[in-house]
Design a protein around this ligand. Structure first.
Ligand SMILES: [Zn+2]
Ligand SMILES: [Zn+2]
Length: 789
């Protein structure tokens, strides 16, 4: 599989071994389209008929393989299932850290002995010092031996095979590992400003990766150098930021130790799952209410598994957001646990990866990509909070980690446990129809009851009218709890101060000129900021449209709620946790630690909804339950139900007498009512009936074809062409759209979307593949999302 980043080059290709016989998983150099490129060997060499048209592998870059046959199978499966290229799939299976491309360097171990003019000239120039192929070409030229880089590379490779020359890589690897942690990140600001082919390639590469890439990777993908980066930064096409180091150091989080004895319900779950695992391959849904102790069940199962010589992977939605879960595994399994998360440098990631492959780890805990960790004797993959959308990768290959886990374990005969308090409707439907095993835990481990949930109708709270974030009911509950010395959690769905700045005279609200969304008011520096592209402006004194001075902040963000609560409860110690307060390394951990130790009120976004377990939290408030409900997405109700359930689950985990208050403008919506009643089953029945009628998942398969580009009419034209051809030719597939993407413009690019629905996976994938093959305007990018979450 060649390392060429274009969609229509999608191997594998066949080469002769050229006498070197590299192992499966080795990195090689091969001639391809008139030049030499890198590539990976994805099969063992096999005898073949002599065929003059086959080219030979020129060089083997590393002797030790970077992946095995299982990984190749998994890559091939990813490619088939998610309509990506083999190369993209391999990059996930053997990720950057593990698959570091070693820039070859060579050195003579001893003086060459009658090895020809080339070797003599090189030894004359370098002696025992290491040199690169480029330096070799220059040295040969000085010695009067002109040859192409290709030819020189082939000569060097031959000398290595003969033993005259040695390959040196170690120093280069160590240097790379050190430099990555201080690397910069390139962020796409406005693709429309890109001038020249280089800047446009750079913008497109960033656009394909959700607007953000480490700079070295961006340069490689776009094939541009530092001059283009400099000019693009100056022109405002991109911005440079230090690479995010948001990961919490899990060890510093004070979490409650799991109880040492299992409840009757937990014991039953452990025995049932353990018996199933001993029998052979199994997929099970562990459906347990918040606080039922799912993590405890996982850890007991892994403990038993370990004694039988098996190993396990535990997937969590995002390490930084579930620090207590990872901390527990580390507390139980000690140094036999490896943690993989997005804040690791390439070198750190490679170290964990190699430890796993060598059998030095029994458990790997990590986010999405840890599902590929190369553990020998892997017998269990746990997908905790399996309903979380973050298990779906949003850049190619757009895989779903739960589906990958199932594929991996189906082949090796291991088990997959999907755990959740609010299972995805796909998993639940499969469980109740007998497709996968189903284990229910309906009691909290502490035997504390589920907290009562009070719904507050915001339309009825006349005094509020967009001026007060928390109504009287919530204030009263908070007051009582704080007086008793208990803690409060407030969930707010937006960071910043206010959702928008509204002119009361003419109704104008400033929007981002690159993205089709309103700018969010931030109080800390008096700025208006775009939450998509990050652009920031000073707050204007007067309305830019009518010059009126009557500008009103509208809606509530975390900063405004913090201000209000500070005025209402001046003695309370308030901790705010959102993307603005958690940028530094370990910031999550520090804030949570401080809340546990001395905080009274924790105000935060999504990131406080999951996994936090503080026994003295007795009041949880949801400032507004509506934002998710209004999203144009068939999963809007499911997301709202699950978020409200998760947030409510933070309350009263140890003590009775806790309360949850949900403020909403849609008090009668079934997702809100049923979440308040802790009634998952009724919600699922109702929602599944709707999905069945519309043939949405789990009753039909779905794929999106996304199109993006700086020229709105070109994007529209391509979208119409693709949709028309699919409607005319795709069998067994219903084509919907094109329609503007839910985010119709982002970072200067216009976005359209075509939805495909089908009952058959094969038909759906055929349609996606045929869309990818259609000839189209090269300035319009296409991406395919199979099974969007
Ligand atoms: Zn105005
Ligand atoms: Zn913007």
């Amino acid at each position: 599989v060649v390392d060429v980043a274009t969609a229509h080059v999608d191997g594998p290709f066949t080469y002769t071994t050229g006498g070197s016989a590299p192992a499966l998983g080795a990195r090689v150099r091969v001639p391809f389209g008139g030049r030499l490129v890198g590539g990976w060997v994805v099969s063992d060499p096999a005898p073949a008929q002599p065929d003059a048209s086959l080219k030979a592998i020129v060089d083997v870059e590393d002797e030790s393989p970077r992946f095995d046959a299982e990984a190749v199978h998994l890559a091939a499966w990813l490619r088939g299932r998610y309509a990506c290229t083999f190369r993209e799939a391999l990059a996930s299976v053997a990720p950057r850290g593990a698959a570091m491309s070693a820039r070859s360097r060579f050195a003579f171990p001893t003086a060459p002995d009658a090895s020809g003019a080339t070797a003599d000239a090189l030894f004359g120039a370098f002696g025992a010092r290491p040199f690169t192929p480029i330096a070799a070409v220059r040295a040969l030229k000085r010695a009067g031996l002109r040859m192409s880089a290709q030819r020189a590379q082939a000569e060097l490779a031959r000398a290595v095979r003969l033993g005259t020359l040695q390959r040196v890589q170690e120093r280069e690897k160590a240097k790379r590992a050190r430099t990555t942690s201080s690397e910069m990140c390139l962020v796409l600001a406005d693709a429309a400003l890109a001038k020249g082919a280089g800047q446009r390639r750079l913008a497109a590469a960033l656009g394909e990766h959700d607007g953000k890439l480490p700079s070295r990777q961006a340069c490689k993908l776009a094939a541009v150098g530092s001059d283009v980066i400099r000019r693009a930064t100056k022109a405002g096409v991109i911005r440079q930021e230090p690479l995010a180091q948001a990961a919490a150091t899990a060890g510093t989080i004070a979490g409650r130790r799991p109880s040492m004895t299992a409840t009757a319900e937990q014991r039953r779950a452990i025995e049932t799952l353990d018996a199933a695992m001993k029998k052979g391959p199994v997929v099970a849904l562990l459906h347990g209410v918040t606080g039922s102790g799912k993590t405890f069940v996982y850890s007991r199962l892994i403990d038993r598994l370990r004694r039988r010589g098996g190993r396990a992977i535990v997937l969590v939605p995002e390490i930084a957001l579930t620090p207590q879960t990872s901390a527990r595994f580390i507390a139980i399994f000690g140094e036999r646990v490896g943690v993989l998360h997005s804040g690791l440098s390439d070198g750190e990631r490679a170290r964990v990866w190699n430890q796993a492959a060598a059998g030095d780890l029994d458990v790997v805990v990590g986010a999405r990509s840890a599902v590929f960790a190369p553990l020998p004797k892997l017998a269990l993959i746990v997908v905790d909070e399996e309903h979380e959308p973050s298990y779906k990768q949003d850049v190619a290959p757009r895989y779903d980690a739960a589906a990958v886990a199932r594929e991996r374990m189906a082949r090796s005969g291991g088990a997959v446990i999907l755990g959740s308090a609010t299972p995805s409707l796909e998993s639940y439907q499969e469980a109740i129809s007998g497709g996968i095993a189903y284990v229910r835990m309906s009691q909290r481990a502490t035997s504390a009851p589920m907290p009562p949930v009070q719904i507050v109708d915001m339309t009825a709270e006349k005094s509020m009218r967009g001026r007060q974030a928390v109504g009287p009911a919530l204030v009263e509950r908070m007051d009582a709890a704080l007086k008793r010395g208990q803690k409060v959690i407030l969930f707010v769905n937006r960071r910043g101060y206010a959702g928008l700045l509204l002119c009361r005279a003419c109704g104008f609200a400033p929007r981002c000129r690159r993205c089709a969304i309103s700018l969010v008011l931030h109080s800390a520096d008096g700025s208006l900021r775009c939450h998509v592209c990050g652009d920031a402006f000073k707050v204007p004194n007067a309305c830019p449209k009518c010059r009126s001075l009557d500008l009103l902040p509208y809606g509530f963000g975390t900063q405004r709620v913090e201000e209000t609560i500070g005025e209402l409860f001046p003695a309370a110690k308030i901790i705010r946790m959102d993307a603005d307060t958690t940028t530094g390394r370990g910031a999550h951990g520090r804030l949570l630690h401080s809340f546990g130790a001395e905080g009274d009120v924790l105000i935060g976004t999504q990131m406080i909804a999951k996994g936090l377990d503080y026994p003295s939290v007795t009041v949880v408030g949801v400032v507004s339950a509506d934002v998710d409900l209004n999203r144009p997405d068939f999963r809007a109700a499911e997301r709202t139900f699950s978020l409200l359930t998760q947030v409510a689950g933070r309350a009263g985990r140890a003590a009775p007498g806790s309360n949850v208050v949900v403020q909403t403008y849609s008090p009668d919506h079934y997702a809100v009512r049923l979440a308040a009643a802790h009634d998952y089953e009724t919600f699922a029945r109702k929602e599944l009936a709707l999905r069945r009628e519309l043939r949405y998942p789990p009753f039909g398969r779905l794929a999106y074809i996304g199109l993006a580009g700086v020229d709105a009419s070109a994007v529209g034209k391509v979208a119409n062409m693709v949709a028309e051809e699919l409607r005319a030719n795709a069998r067994g597939v219903e084509t919907l759209g094109p329609a503007p993407d839910p985010l119709p413009k982002a970072r200067g690019e216009y976005r359209m979307r075509i939805a495909l629905k089908s009952e058959s996976e094969a038909d759906l994938l055929d349609a996606c593949r045929s869309a990818q093959r259609m000839r189209r305007d090269p300035d319009v990018r296409m991406h395919v999302v199979v099974d969007p979450r």
